[in-house]
Design a protein around this ligand. Structure first.
Ligand code: BT5
Length: 257
């Protein structure tokens, strides 16, 4: 990973831990952070045996071809703004992936990186807070870089894709990792410097969600409506058929049209 270190411009990823096989880079990074690892520390693995999605779901993490990465942040973020860390990660990944692959990557609320209707990556932010203070956050990023179509199990073939599948050529994993880290640092600094509006506008530019008719599944509740916007905390504003606006904190979103 020497080459990777030389591609990283800023502080994020200067402390870089690269692993072969691990259960989950997020779990590992949470433990490292508990032990005092510094802001900007990055953990990267070649393969995960228990890669995590949200709500206890699994993230398919075959060896050698993709990105499984977790970034430790010691953010000055109010708990109610924690969702903005997902927004920061999503726009940073989309920008870096667009720059390097030229693919039309979009972000689907709340945490998906999409190429048209298929998922090429996902983000899982985990937080340790004490009272009203976030002590640290771990931003987990999984991206299907060089997976082939037959690497996906049948249950994912209709919904998942990779950068290689979409461009018909191998994509440079280290360049992508460095590009993502450099972008996250840029956007995190903008956010810390009070430029929240810039962040939200960038999300709107990259979003495949805004203006669409969507369903949202959150627990047992299924809502249908129009995705109007995100608010200043990164929550989705859903316009219900009644005309009322409902603020959605989390859920699984499907775009109907
Ligand atoms: C996510 O969850 O999309 C968050 C994924 C975060 C993974 C990274 S890898 C590095 C770090 N360490 C971890 O342990 N996790 C993070 P969610 O929105 O809940 O989506 C999960 C769903 O996506 C699954 O239930 C599957 O349907 C689908 N899925 C699983 N693996 C996939 C893959 N490789 N590509 C596309 N879709 C996948």
């Amino acid at each position: 990973m020497d080459q990777l270190s030389s591609l990283i411009k800023g502080k994020f990823g200067k402390d870089l831990i690269t692993l072969g096989t691990i259960d989950s880079t997020n779990t590992f990074a949470m433990e490292l952070a508990e032990g005092g690892a510094t802001h900007g520390t990055v953990v990267i693995a070649d393969r995960q045996t228990s890669g995590k999605g949200r709500l206890g779901r699994a993230w398919l993490s075959p060896a050698g071809v993709n990105i499984y990465m977790s970034l430790i942040l010691r953010p000055f973020v109010r708990p109610e703004d924690a969702t903005l860390l997902t927004v920061i990660a999503a726009i940073s990944c989309a920008r870096a992936l667009r720059d390097i692959t030229r693919l039309p990557i979009s972000v689907k609320w709340p945490n998906d990186l999409m190429i048209a209707e298929r998922k090429a990556g996902g983000i899982l932010v985990e937080i340790k807070s004490i009272g009203r203070k976030i002590v640290f956050a771990v931003v987990g990023i999984g991206i299907n870089v060089n997976s082939d179509r037959n690497d996906f199990p049948p249950v994912l073939t209709g919904s998942a894709t990779s950068l290689k599948i979409e461009t018909s050529r191998e994509q440079p994993r280290n360049l992508l990792i460095a590009g993502i880290l450099n972008e996250i640092e840029r956007w995190y600094d903008a956010f810390s410097g009070g430029k929240k509006k810039l962040l939200l506008d960038e999300w709107r530019n990259l979003s495949s969600t805004i203006g669409k008719t969507v369903t949202i599944k959150a627990g047992d509740e299924v809502l249908i409506g129009t995705a109007e916007d995100i608010d200043t905390s990164g929550m989705l504003l859903l316009k219900l058929p009644s005309g009322n606006i409902k603020t959605i904190h989390t859920g699984d979103l499907t775009i109907l049209g």
